[in-house]
Design a protein around this ligand. Structure first.
Ligand code: FE
Ligand code: ZN
Length: 258
């Protein structure tokens, strides 16, 4: 595993959102990923004596962008987001598409297009930080609801994220993990790795500790949305022999009804 030189701070916002700081100690550059509200982000910056240089936006939903304009006004930070959603995002200094580089001081990230929850949803992968910021695409034991995209789009998005190094930290947008774990167990009730993960989640939540970020390795081992390609999951959802997308669509539909 490469030495990680970046620092990541998880910031609880609103009822169950997360924003993240990504800090480069060599240059002092600091980005925030999504701005559900301003006050907890300003407090986290002040605590550490960091100045905000950049704002990275994952998607247009209000609970992810509400604080962008006041934070830009207070800090002069440059705002990065999907070109495809420029019409419904705060004004962008950097309009991005799949594969575009994102430079935060000495840290180089790349944009991954992850449509499904919304059509313009993007993720930010920073190999230097061993982290991917996924918001409402891949989540801890979950994935975002399909508000705008199709199951096929979300499945393809998840495959791109699943191909990252397994030690990658998955910095997702909400504390939904305990509820997601109950659903996951309904799909794979006897799955040992899931049962032990659920115990760790319950212990963390009992003391209000975030369960985010998780690691990609944990998600690959336990997240039913990433595991929809497995025969065991296809059988569990009553679709033996189905395609991976059909199986994923059924898992997602079951979660919507759960
Ligand atoms: Fe959302
Ligand atoms: Zn969200």
């Amino acid at each position: 595993m490469p030495e990680t030189r970046a620092e990541i701070v998880t910031i609880p916002c609103l009822a169950d959102n997360y924003a993240f700081l990504l800090h480069d100690p060599e240059t002092g550059a600091t980005a925030v990923v999504d701005v559900p509200e301003v006050a907890p982000i300003e407090a986290a910056l002040k605590d550490r004596g960091w100045a905000l240089s950049d704002v990275l936006i994952t998607h247009h939903h209000f609970d992810h962008i509400e604080g962008v304009e006041p934070l830009r006004a207070a800090t002069g930070a440059k705002v990065w987001g999907a070109a495809a959603d420029a019409h419904r995002l705060p004004q962008l200094d950097h309009a991005l598409a799949e594969g575009d580089p994102v430079q935060i001081g000495g840290l180089t990230g790349a944009v991954i297009d992850v449509p499904g929850h919304t059509v313009g949803h993007i993720a930010f992968h920073f190999p230097d930080a061993s982290a991917v910021f996924t918001a409402d695409s891949l989540m801890a034991l979950g994935c975002g609801r399909l508000f705008e995209g199709t199951a096929a789009q979300m499945w393809e998005s998840l495959q791109k994220l699943a191909a990252l190094p397994p030690e990658t930290l998955v910095c997702s947008g909400h504390e939904y993990t305990a509820a997601n774990a109950k659903f996951a167990l309904s799909i794979e009730p006897g799955h040992e790795a899931l049962i032990s993960r659920m115990a760790r989640i319950d212990a963390a939540r009992a003391t209000n500790i975030p369960t985010v970020p998780s690691t990609l390795a944990e998600e690959l081992a336990t997240n039913p949305f990433l595991r929809a390609n497995l025969d065991a999951v296809k059988i569990a959802v009553g679709l033996p022999g189905a395609s991976d997308v059909e199986s994923f669509a059924e898992v997602r539909a079951r979660k919507d009804r759960f």
